[in-house]
Design a protein around this ligand. Sequence first.
Ligand code: NAX
Ligand code: ADP
Ligand code: K
Length: 512
Amino acid sequence: MKLFSAEQIYAADKFTIQKQKIGSDELMERAAVQIFNWLHTRMQGAQVKIHLFCGIGNNGGDGIALARHLQEHGYNIAVYVVNYSKTRSKDFLINLERLKDRKIWPEFLDSDCELPEIGKDDVIVDAIFGIGLNRNPEKWVVNLMKHLDVSQAFVLSVDIPSGLFMNKPPDNEDFVVKANHTLSFQAPKLVFFLPQTGRFTDTWEVLDIGLDTEYLATTKSEFELIGKNEVLPLYLPRKKFSHKGTYGHSLLIGGSLGKMGAVHLSAKACLYAGSGLVTAYVPQCGTLPLQTNIPEVMVATDTNETQISKIEHHFEPSAIGIGIGMGTHDKTIKAFSGFMENNKVPLVIDADGLNILSQNKELLKKLPAQTILTPHPKELERLIGKWKDDFEKLKKVKAFSKKWDCIIIIKGAHTIIVHERMGYINTTGNPGMATAGSGDVLTGIITGLIAQGYIPLHAAMFGVYLHGRAGDMAIEKTGYQSLTATRIIEAIGKAYIDLFAVPEQPQVQEEK
Ligand SMILES: NC(=O)C1=CN([C@@H]2O[C@H](COP(=O)(O)OP(=O)(O)OC[C@H]3O[C@@H](n4cnc5c(N)ncnc54)[C@H](O)[C@@H]3O)[C@@H](O)[C@H]2O)[C@@H](O)CC1
Ligand SMILES: Nc1ncnc2c1ncn2[C@@H]1O[C@H](COP(=O)(O)OP(=O)(O)O)[C@@H](O)[C@H]1O
Ligand SMILES: [K+]
């Protein structure tokens, strides 16, 4: 699913209005009806007080139009105009007149008015600012936002929590309404998925307001959400007359004394992701534990007992994952540099591999085309330097990806796969996955996918989705706290099967 910028949404509006030969107030009406239906389905006429806070732009217009529908259906409403400007939008005014025609007179709030009383069991509709916010809200509006927050009432935001910009973080978190739920028109907004701005709404949903589908399909966005619909077409099926050689030979290089578990986890995940053969290249101390614990994995050993000191392999791997649990010993740095000089095999670099790369930037020139780097935020900072906010981070990562012809997986609650100008945002995964070794599992999965023939970008997208989905399926048994990396691996099979699960259909009564 594409995530559009504010400019693209305004352009889609304009295009739709022309093509469908409708007035702009018709789009506002569709938006309001959709929100009304959402509320009505859940509230079923309940007389809970609904406070609608409406700005004077089109977001406010949506709120005013919604008020009319709620009133027509007998809801208990209070309507407020947050009167922060004299420049009111045309469709806001049209809807204000329609409301007045029904003898509803909103209360006009401004800098010196008293704030209305709100009970904690009431509902707040937040239609103060939408995607048109272009400067910080005034102090009295910020006070109103705080007032909404302390009320503890359920806050439903229209389109976007008021106070969030579309392309930068707020200057202060008090400048934003904290939404319990957001109903966003046509497509979710990028800010819902970034660590700095995602926390302003607990959950979100998209409402279709019928913007022109052809326009949306042909408009290129810079970010896309990755869900089942997006990864399913990437899936490479298993063929009947295939053999283990068909699905590639993965090589996982890493481990050091005390951190051999990382290689264990990666290698096992690589197998479970479907790699035909898997070899782990580890220091000697890793041989026994690996051979004992995962008999399916072959082990090649370094001459050194406790760390990687020279990387040599005597077969042609289909894909290599390197860096997990590897440490940054001088000998290992030398071995890594030597390996990078000569390696042409598709590569996934993680953990200490990234740390060594960050300290030896000249090695970036040696990356094979489309190498995948899988940093968590700290590793990313070492690689690209500090950033001022999430938006600058994304810009810097995109430039880095283009410059070094690589794919960067920024790990987090919503992992983002960056490839040149595009960012693909993952929708699977959960906070249980913030646990030791879950990143090692991801490295193994992606390496195993490349070995099977997925092109690196597809392996990154498919692998990140599958890893998160496995985590989601595993917590059904473990809960968040007890989820371990091993349990994520064990759920990879279920996550594969789930790709093809058809959602349950409502039961139809048979005709007699
Ligand atoms: N395609 C869509 O998504 C549609 C969106 N609609 C609604 O339209 C909204 C966008 O409406 P607008 O463009 O009118 O913008 P908003 O209603 O978000 O912004 C309010 C207006 O106030 C001004 N303003 C911005 N920041 C301010 C500040 N800090 N203090 C004072 N004034 C400020 C702006 O110039 C803008 O005109 C969407 O968020 C959505 O709710 C719907 O009405 C119809 C279709
Ligand atoms: N709150 C979260 N929600 C979803 N996924 C998460 C969350 N926290 C961590 N993860 C995922 O878990 C993995 C953690 O990787 P990493 O930090 O490298 O761990 P480790 O080094 O222990 O293996 C990443 O894939 C990340 O996206
Ligand atoms: K809003």
